[in-house]
Design a binder for this molecule. Structure first.
Ligand SMILES: C[S@@+](CC[C@H](N)C(=O)[O-])C[C@H]1O[C@@H](n2cnc3c(N)ncnc32)[C@H](O)[C@@H]1O
Length: 397
């Protein structure tokens, strides 16, 4: 199955069909049940997955979505799952930007520089940038500097606005960043600017898309992210074309997409695993059938050991219980095997994350197409540079 010859609607519809056919595999959170509801219907897949043993903690975290187990195993739905992987690869857009020296990027971290360079190379070099939810306005400033243009931005945090304007001034760029809440601000999008939004979260990018639909700016470039950051508890499709879908992407599914990240350091990964294990072991101790969410742990919380963590949680839940050392050790052992099981199940669910993300991004793109824009969707950098690497480019005559 090839996705290169498909238009946006065909691509979305093919993804929608496959995601609908196998929604049992991704719609249930792996934390809900060590024996998932799909275990019977996909018994061959279930057997294969629970046979995959991780040999190290690192492997537990990095059960990669394109894991070799998919190539090496045999189960009825296998070809569909392989097709889903192929379909979730958006076309890579050619990017190359060498218009500025490294000094211009001073103060920006490595991966962010690469993201910004890729996006700069996709922008119209005649039109100034209006950057939506711009932080310090790096894109607007650097685009202005590269092409001797001014720029504008909108940002909630006044401190970022000030820093952004100061940075621009130092580089001789005329940049004004307005401090406002993008969701409430009614000022029209500036007429003679191209609109750019890099990683404006959830409702912030959908709101911009609504604004573009009504105001029709000439050029729009949006890299969406954090789809779970929304007032809606499930994803609300935007395009008329997508209304045919029966899929429901709830918060757990939307978070699954955002969790696919490449940025965690080895130490952060160790903490994540430790925190998961303790939370699971705590649930075992208090015999909870339902996973009781515990607040996230800071790195300092690990210094005092598991017993201290248990005491804190008991206090938080006003539970009057005392556990022996043996019970604590047994709970940790059981927690470990549950953790292994959840990671085995995650291997299946994670396979769907890129497809679900593209399904959403295509819906947003098709919506803009329905509003008269000419629209392209692709990836602007490798996943190692930005986990959220999809971009929508829309233009209007
Ligand atoms: C993930 S950051 C991206 C910043 C910038 N585009 C970049 O890529 O460096 C999201 C930005 O949106 C801003 N933001 C959050 N809520 C906002 C709102 N309601 N209105 C305007 N900006 C907002 C945040 O302060 C933050 O700077």
């Amino acid at each position: 199955m090839k996705n290169t010859d498909m238009n946006l609607r065909e691509h979305w519809s093919t993804l929608d069909q496959l995601l609908t056919r196998h929604q049992a595999l991704w719609s249930e959170s792996v934390w809900a049940n060590p024996t998932p509801n799909w275990a019977n219907a996909y018994s061959d897949l279930f057997e294969q997955v629970i046979g995959v043993q991780s040999t190290s903690d690192n492997q537990l975290i990095h059960s990669p979505p394109h894991a070799s187990w998919l190539e090496e195993t045999d189960f009825k739905a296998r070809q569909d799952l392989i097709d889903i992987q192929t379909l979730s690869n958006a076309n890579r857009i050619e990017t190359s930007f060498n218009n500025l020296s490294n000094r211009a990027f001073q103060g920006i971290k490595g991966r962010k520089i690469e993201q910004i360079k890729s996006i700069l190379s996709l922008l119209n070099d005649q039109l100034p940038v209006f950057e939506w939810c711009c932080g310090k306005g790096h894109l607007a400033r650097l685009h202005g500097r590269a092409h001797s243009l001014s720029g504008m931005g909108l940002e909630l945090d006044p401190a970022l606005c000030t820093t952004g304007e100061e940075l621009a001034q130092k580089q001789g760029v005329e940049l004004s960043i307005r401090s406002a809440n993008a969701l409430l601000d009614n000022s029209p999008l500036p007429k003679h600017h191209q609109i750019v939004a890099l990683h404006a979260c959830g409702d912030l990018h959908t709101h911009l898309i609504d604004r573009c639909a009504s105001e029709h700016p000439a050029h729009v470039t949006i890299a969406p992210c954090c789809f779970h950051r929304s007032v809606h508890s499930t994803y609300v499709t935007k395009s008329t074309h997508s209304r045919t879908s029966t899929l429901l992407l709830d918060q757990s599914t939307l978070r699954l997409i955002s969790e696919e990240t490449t940025h965690a350091s080895a130490r952060e990964q160790r903490y994540t695993l430790q925190s998961q294990l303790w939370r699971l072991a705590f649930n075992v101790l208090i015999d909870s059938d339902n996973y009781i969410p515990t607040p996230s742990l800071g790195q300092g919380d690990f210094k005092n050991g598991f017993t201290h963590f248990v005491d804190n949680q008991l206090q938080r839940l006003s539970l009057n219980r005392v556990f022996t050392d043996q019970e604590l050790t047994q709970a940790l052992d059981k927690g470990r095997s549950l953790q292994q099981r959840y990671h085995q199940l995650s291997m299946v669910r994670q396979l769907f994350a890129p497809a679900l993300e593209l399904w959403i991004v295509l819906d947003l793109a098709i919506y803009l197409e329905e509003q008269g824009f000419y629209v392209k969707v692709g990836s602007f950098c490798d996943k190692q540079i930005a986990a959220r690497n999809l971009i929508i480019q829309a233009s209007h005559s």
